[in-house]
Design a protein around this ligand. Structure first.
Ligand code: 1HE
Length: 264
């Protein structure tokens, strides 16, 4: 018997399947999907046990808000070392998303704040409903980002915007978030999941070797110097091009059997 996607997940997470796309839902709307340890570890389990025929993931949330960040009720009195270990756990799990097996599309709405914004930043594409707003309220709570936000967010929006968000506690609305580079799509309220599923279906149609290269090679090339970058690019291009899948897809185009760029 095939195990269900949601086996072993806490009740605050829900997982389901739409053909080649798996949907992971943060399901703790009464706490605005605040992320406790069980949820973080559940997210890790979900990605670690994804069936091999899943080709893309949509990350979404129940209720009006994507995620209110770290569950502040679990912060308790952690000592310094335990605090480091806790942050490193978030790093491990979010790296498993960013460098995981398949592309992840996050469908955002309402609050996308603190650790919720850090989680969204680990996805590969972000779709925002108009209700979305973004903030880093760590300054008001006396803490710092701990879920990789200081690494990922400046790469999306730049150090100056990140500094402004953290020092002033300001909020970006959906349009400001898109203009700053946090998200790639803004859609009407109520249509975020549908839009994310449509993008995920396109991703699932893409060649596996190209999706692999985008997830595994692109971020490493972006961090490398140009000499190493060009070399890694050439290696990755040659590996992708040598697959039977690539040859078949190129021939299909030459034979007039494949879609044109203008068909999408
Ligand atoms: C929570 C959390 C939470 C809500 N941890 N319980 N994150 C924050 O500082 C954001 C704090 N939350 C808010 O500003 C607001 O809750 C929202 C703007 C997100 C939503 O407002 P609203 O009016 O819809 O809901 P609410 O009435 O504030 O919250 C509903 C319940 O969720 C309430 O509990 P209740 O028992 O009184 O019903 C809230 O206490 C609870 N709740 N957010 C715990 N975050 C790895 S480092 C990451 C560092 C961070 O993420 S810092 C940022 C933390």
């Amino acid at each position: 018997e095939v195990p269900a996607l949601s086996d072993g997940l806490p009740p605050t997470l829900d997982a389901s399947r739409r053909g080649p796309v798996a949907v992971l839902t943060l399901n703790r709307p009464e706490k605005r999907n605040a992320l406790g340890d069980a949820m973080i570890l559940g997210i890790e389990r979900f990605f670690a046990t994804l069936p091999r025929d899943v080709r893309a993931v949509v990350l979404t949330a129940s209720g009006d808000h994507f995620c209110a960040g770290l569950d502040l009720s679990e912060m308790a009195e952690r000592d310094t070392i335990a605090g480091i270990e806790h942050s490193r756990m978030w790093h491990r799990v979010f790296e498993a998303i960013e460098f995981g097996p398949v592309p992840v599309v996050a469908a955002l709405k309402g609050a996308v704040v603190g650790g919720g914004l850090e989680l969204a930043a680990a996805a590969h594409i972000r779709v925002a409903e108009r209700s979305s707003f973004y903030a880093l309220p760590e300054g008001q709570r006396g803490i710092f980002v701990g879920g990789g936000g200081s690494v990922r967010l400046p790469r999306l929006i730049g150090v100056a915007r990140m500094t402004d968000l953290m020092l002033t506690g300001r909020r970006y609305d959906a349009d400001e978030g898109a203009a700053a580079g946090l998200t790639q799509y803004v859609v009407d309220d109520g249509s975020g999941l549908e839009a994310a599923l449509e993008l995920a279906a396109r991703i699932a149609d893409n060649a596996s070797q190209t999706n692999f290269a985008v997830l595994q090679a692109l971020p490493r090339i972006a961090e490398a110097g140009p000499r190493e970058g060009y070399f890694m690019e050439a290696m990755m291009a040659a590996i992708a091009q040598g697959t039977d899948d690539a040859k078949g897809r190129m021939q299909a185009f030459l034979d007039g059997r494949a879609g044109k760029v203008t068909d999408r």
